[in-house]
Design a protein around this ligand. Structure first.
Ligand code: FAD
Length: 413
């Protein structure tokens, strides 16, 4: 069997690539090792960027999400809690009543990923589940993909492989095989808890920057089914240097932290606490080559400050489909062609944010600086509004790198 394009992995990156390829009427095969619905260890927060990319495909998708609050809880803002325990509520939008739907959502990946798979256009996409890719070979100009399904080993050839198979990607391993860089990689754990109290009425997500987890944070994200996604993440280099046990730290915060423990007094753990890695986009990498492209976590595109990767996975799928359409037209699957038509637009869209978030991640390890900013923001409505606007305006966010911004804050302006 030969397919022009094979996508490996049907998570957000794979589904996005498929949806936008279908829009261009390009037939493709998707190989996915799991069967849906399937879980993915995640904080389950869908940022404004997720909404932005899905709208490029079909505005109706967001309305379908917004009309199902049990599975897609609309979130209107974020609560930052500084290491000194002071909290700062920052709405994502200034004028809520003018908005047709919430700027972001929280949805279990069990539901969200199934929802995305349901949107696939089967006229162009052939989804093969329970198909685990075990090896890739490149002979002359053809890729050969070998996968196992139901005890059989099957081989397909293709012109272009799109690696959307997440962290520990087989595609990345075959073509690049970069070692894990602890300064650009984060460890994360997550659990589901029932009956957590005192959640924000507008479903703000909560990031608690506890000093024992810097640079990183403990989170509580409310879900529409009465549970919360609770977890902790920290830069891997710091986990090793300080010998942090994330699970112990998370349970300690729940049992002992004065801001957190009372809220868990009647809460109970549902299922297990599970961990997975977050390949961060704090370093520019080559994300394509002769006959292949990498998207989402396989391309290491997670925001280094917030830990959000779903929006960037969707964006990379969007750009991958555009690059593939051009490459098929030009009959050019070379590394240079993809570097120009894939790597370049991906980084043009995402690098500004990734670089800034890397700066914020580095600043966030200074506990006193964090406390200072939150204390100042408590006193100044202008500063609170500025931070709120930063969610919508990247130029404003860039002020964090501007010494004048810090000087004004220092003198209380
Ligand atoms: C603890 C934690 C919390 C996080 N919280 C958030 C958050 O709140 N918000 C956010 O935006 N991001 C969050 N992220 C990041 C987010 O989960 C990822 O960035 C996102 O899932 C990337 O999507 P993807 O499609 O690239 O990869 P994945 O979602 O990992 O999908 C990869 C797919 O490939 C399949 N696959 C893998 N190997 C093979 C193979 N050999 N053959 C066939 N199929 C294969 C897998 O089964 C899977 O379906 C978090 C991550 C972690 C670990």
């Amino acid at each position: 069997m030969h397919a022009p394009v094979i996508i490996i992995g049907a998570g957000p990156a794979g589904c996005s690539t498929s949806l936008f390829l279908s829009q261009q009427k390009i037939k493709h095969v998707i190989l996915e090792q799991s069967e849906f619905p399937r879980d993915k260890i995640c904080g389950d927060a869908l940022s404004g960027k997720v909404v932005e990319v899905l709208k490029k495909y079909d505005e109706g998708i967001i309305h379908r999400m917004a009309s199902d609050p049990t599975h897609f809880l609309g979130s209107w803002g974020v609560k930052f809690v500084a290491p000194n325990g002071k909290a700062l509520d920052i709405p994502f939008k200034q004028n809520i009543s003018a908005e047709p739907h919430a700027p972001g959502f929280i949805s279990r990946r069990m539901h969200f990923d199934q929802f995305l798979v349901n949107q696939l256009d089967l006229e162009y996409a052939q989804l093969i589940t329970k198909a685990s890719v075990v090896s890739i070979e490149r002979n002359e100009s053809i890729n050969q993909v070998v996968y196992e399904k139901d005890g059989s080993t099957i081989s397909i050839t293709c012109d272009i492989i799109v690696g959307c198979d997440g962290d520990r990607s087989v595609v990345e391993k075959h073509f690049v095989n970069r070692p894990v860089a602890p300064l650009h990689y984060c460890a994360g754990i997550r659990a589901y808890y029932k009956n957590v109290s005192d959640l924000h009425p507008q479903n703000f997500i909560e990031l608690h920057f506890l000093d024992e987890l810097l640079p990183g944070y403990f989170w509580i994200f409310p879900l529409g089914d009465g549970t919360c996604n609770v977890g902790a993440g920290m830069l891997s280099a710091s986990v090793s240097a300080r010998k942090v046990n994330l699970r112990e730290q998370m349970l300690k915060a729940i049992a002992q932290n004065p801001n957190i423990k009372d809220r868990f007094a009647n809460a109970s753990l549902e299922g297990k606490i599970q961990g997975w890695g977050l390949p961060l986009g704090s370093k520019k990498r080559s994300i394509s080559g002769q006959g292949y492209l990498l998207c989402g976590d396989a391309a290491s595109l997670i925001d280094p400050f917030t830990g959000e990767g779903i929006g960037n996975a969707l964006y990379s799928g969007y750009f991958a489909a555009q690059a593939i359409q051009k490459a098929i037209e030009a009959k050019d699957y070379s590394a240079d062609y993809f570097a120009l038509h894939y790597d370049r637009p991906v980084y043009e869209r995402l690098w500004g944010e990734l670089k800034l978030s890397h700066t914020l991640q580095k600043l966030s390890k200074y506990e006193n600086l964090f406390n200072f900013v939150v204390n100042r923001a408590h006193k100044s409505e202008t500063l609170r509004n500025t931070i709120s606007c930063m969610f919508e305006d990247l130029d404003l966010r860039a002020q964090f790198r501007n010494p004048v911004f810090w000087w004004k804050m220092l003198i209380g302006k």
